[in-house]
Design a protein around this ligand. Structure first.
Ligand code: HXC
Length: 257
């Protein structure tokens, strides 16, 4: 497919979606959001894709939702459009997603990164929810996902003051999975993606489903659901193959069935 605001590429079993409005620091407008969601769903439906990397440009992963697009809108328009409501479908992909972040990940950009399963940060990464400075609040899950990721004390600090944090602080707070040099951010995300894509894609989908249950259930219910998901992996050929390969001291050949 031809896209206007993103670049899409496949390397081995990894799909890359690159936000590509560098002059606007990859500000997220409706067109870009629609394209990202379409590309992500297409990768998710492709059995040849085992992981998805979402990247921006060196200066910015994304500096937020496009303020120029939002500026003239009123309440009823936002409701009628369900503005940015589709973004959330990214959190329901079966394919593991990794955000490679260099530069600004602010507002909707931070929320987009948090919609991914993991964030790899370059040293220049800056995360924040500065919406308060515009007289609004996070609108793509930021108040919820940031608080679950780093706790109330730090989330309130960021969301109420609008300050941003660097890669080291984001690492210390547990917002990101890894911090590397800027030049290594994408390569690291691709290495992680390649490792993940080599596994059974049924197992990776079930594993991320199990982790994500933490955000929706209590402990007892989550543990029960995990056990049911664990048992379900024994209905797969990949379980048979993975365990046979271990016993026979060889590499597994997963067929994703
Ligand atoms: C539209 C943006 C933009 C944005 C940057 N640009 N961020 N355009 N929306 N969010 C544009 C600028 O207007 C400018 O274009 C160009 O990108 C370069 O930006 P500069 O400001 O000149 O760069 P710099 O001085 O380096 O400052 C970088 C920055 C600043 C600190 C990141 O751009 C900034 O504060 N941006 C806004 C960050 C923000 O508030 N994000 C939250 C948005 S609200 P021109 O053409 O003027 O040169 C949000 C809500 C989510 O995300 C919920 C939605 C449902």
């Amino acid at each position: 497919a031809d896209y206007a605001t993103i670049l899409v590429e496949v390397r081995d079993r990894t799909g890359l979606i690159r936000l590509n409005r560098p002059k606007a620091l990859n500000a997220l407008n409706t067109e870009l959001m629609t394209e990202v969601v379409a590309a992500a769903k297409a990768f998710d439906a492709d059995p040849g894709i085992g992981a998805i990397v979402l990247a921006g440009s060196p200066r910015a992963f994304a500096a937020g939702a496009d303020i120029k697009e939002m500026a003239g809108k009123g309440f009823s328009e936002m409701v009628a459009e369900q503005f940015f409501g589709e973004w959330d479908s990214l959190s329901r992909l079966r394919t593991p997603t990794i955000a490679a972040v260099t530069g600004y990940a602010l507002g909707g950009g931070c929320e987009l990164a948090m919609l991914c399963d993991m964030i790899v940060a370059g040293e220049s990464a800056k995360f924040g929810q500065p919406e308060i400075n515009l007289g609004v609040i996070p609108g793509i899950g930021g108040s919820q996902r940031l608080t679950r990721a780093i706790g109330k004390a730090k989330a309130m600090d960021l969301i109420l003051t609008g300050r941003s944090i660097g890669a080291a602080e984001a690492d210390a707070l547990g917002l990101v999975s890894r911090v590397v040099a800027d030049e290594e951010a994408e390569a690291t995300a691709f290495e992680m993606a390649a490792q993940i894509a080599a596994k059974s894609s049924i197992a990776t989908a079930v594993a991320k489903e199990a982790v994500n249950l933490v955000f929706e259930t209590g402990l007892a219910e989550g543990v029960r659901a995990e056990r049911a998901l664990f048992y379900s992996t024994f209905a797969t050929e990949d379980q048979t193959e993975g365990m046979a390969a271990f016993v026979e001291k060889r590499d597994p050949h997963f067929t994703h069935r």
